[in-house]
Write a protein that binds this ligand. Structure first.
Ligand SMILES: NC(=O)c1ccc[n+]([C@@H]2O[C@H](COP(=O)([O-])OP(=O)(O)OC[C@H]3O[C@@H](n4cnc5c(N)ncnc54)[C@H](OP(=O)(O)O)[C@@H]3O)[C@@H](O)[C@H]2O)c1
Length: 307
C-alpha cells in the first residue's frame, strides 16, 4: 500500500469530527490535520483551559487560518466516571444533532502510578481508556449511523497500541477492581500489563462494535470501526488520520481492522492492517463478548450509584 501524507488527506468540507483527548500530543496533531482540510472539529477534554491552550498552539503554527480556528470547538468530557462520560455523549448529540462523520477515540492514560481506583471502583487506566470510552461512545452511535445513512460514510477510530501484547494472559476481569502497589521492576511490569490490557480491550471493543453494530448497517453507507496503533511523531499520527479520512478505506470496503504504521523501503510510512502482528487475544470473540457484558454491567452500576 502507498504512503499517506498530510497532503493526501482529502477535502473534508461539511464533515464533523470529534477527537477525544484532542488538546495535546497525538490527538492535537490529528485535529490539526483535519482542521486544515476544512473539517469542523470538536475537541473533547476535561478542561476548557486545555482547549484554549490547544487553540493557541494551533494558531502559533502559523499555517492555520482564523476561519479554520473558528471551526474548532470544545466539548466537555471526563472519562474517569462512566455515568458522566455517558451524559457527555448524550449532551453532544443534543447540542449537535446534524452529523458526526469521524470519531477518533484517542484519549488515554498509561502506567498510572500510584495505581488508583476510579469513582466507579475500577483501576484508573482501564476506567479511562476502556470504560469511559464505552460509556461515551454508546450515545453517539445513532448519530454516527444517521450520518452514514445520509452521507454514505462515517468512521469510528479507536486508538490502540502494540502494548496490547503486554496483556499476555488476556483480561483478568477480577483484577480490574484491585489496586496493585507499584514497587520496583515488578510494579513497573504490572503497570505495563495493565496498560496493555486496556489496549487489548479497545481492540476487542472495536471488533464487537464492528460485528454487532456496524455490520447490519453497512449497506446504508460505510460504517467502519477501526483500531490503530501509534507512536509520537506526525507520521504515526497519520495512521489514525488515514483510517479516519482516506477514500481507499471506502473503496476497499475495509472495516473492523487493526492498522499499524510501518516504514517502507523508501523510508516512508505506510499504514496498513496487513502489517499488524498476529494477536491471539485481539481476535478472541468470546473474550470480546465477556468484555462487552462487563462494560454494560459496570455502566448500569455507575448509573445507579449515588455519587
Ligand atoms: N505516545 C505514544 O507513544 C503512544 C503509542 C501508542 C499508542 N498511544 C495512544 O495514543 C493516545 C494518545 O497518546 P498521547 O501520547 O498523545 O497521550 P497524552 O499526551 O498523554 O494525552 C492524553 C490525552 O488524553 C486525555 N485524557 C486523559 N485522561 C482523561 C480523562 N479522564 N478524561 C478525558 N480525557 C482524558 C488528556 O487530557 P488532559 O489534557 O485533560 O489530561 C490528553 O488530551 C493514547 O490512547 C495512547 O494510549 C500513544
Amino acid at each position: 500500500m502507498s504512503s499517506f501524507t498530510p497532503d493526501d488527506v482529502p477535502d473534508l468540507t461539511g464533515k464533523v469530527a470529534l477527537v477525544t483527548g484532542g488538546n495535546r500530543s497525538i490527538g492535537l496533531e490529528s485535529v490539526y490535520l483535519l482542521l486544515r482540510k476544512n473539517c469542523t472539529v470538536y475537541i473533547s477534554g476535561r478542561s476548557e483551559s486545555g482547549f484554549e491552550e490547544a487553540k493557541k498552539t494551533l494558531t502559533g503554527r502559523g499555517d492555520i487560518s482564523e476561519e479554520a480556528i473558528a471551526r474548532l470547538h470544545f466539548h466537555k468530557l471526563d472519562l474517569a466516571e462512566m455515568k458522566h462520560a455517558e451524559a457527555s455523549g448524550h449532551d453532544f448529540v443534543k447540542s449537535h444533532p446534524e452529523r458526526l462523520d469521524i470519531l477518533i477515540a484517542n484519549a488515554g492514560v498509561s502506567m498510572q502510578t500510584p495505581d488508583k481506583l476510579s469513582p466507579d471502583g475500577y483501576e484508573l487506566t482501564f476506567q479511562t481508556n476502556q470504560l469511559g470510552h464505552f460509556a461515551f461512545i454508546g450515545p453517539l452511535l445513532p448519530l454516527i449511523e444517521k450520518t452514514a445513512k445520509e452521507h454514505g460514510d462515517a468512521r469510528v477510530v479507536i486508538t490502540c497500541s502494540d502494548a496490547h501484547a503486554f496483556a499476555k494472559d488476556g483480561i483478568d476481569f477480577e483484577s480490574l477492581s484491585q489496586t496493585q502497589p507499584h514497587i520496583g521492576i515488578r510494579g513497573m511490569g504490572d503497570a505495563m500489563r495493565r496498560y496493555g490490557v486496556t489496549k487489548l480491550a479497545l481492540m476487542l471493543y472495536t471488533r464487537r462494535l464492528d460485528k454487532e453494530w456496524a455490520a447490519p448497517l453497512r449497506d446504508k453507507g460505510t460504517m467502519a470501526p477501526f483500531s490503530t496503533r501509534l507512536l509520537e511523531d506526525q507520521e504515526h499520527t497519520m495512521t489514525q488520520v488515514y483510517v479516519a479520512t482516506s477514500p481507499q478505506i471506502k473503496e476497499k470496503k475495509e472495516h473492523g481492522l487493526y492498522y499499524v504504521p510501518r516504514k517502507n523501503w523508501r523510508g516512508r510510512y505506510t499504514h496498513s492492517s496487513d502489517q499488524a502482528p498476529d494477536t491471539k487475544w485481539g481476535t478472541d470473540d468470546e473474550l470480546a463478548d465477556k468484555l462487552w457484558e462487563f462494560c454494560e454491567q459496570a455502566l448500569n452500576k455507575s448509573r445507579t450509584s449515588s455519587q
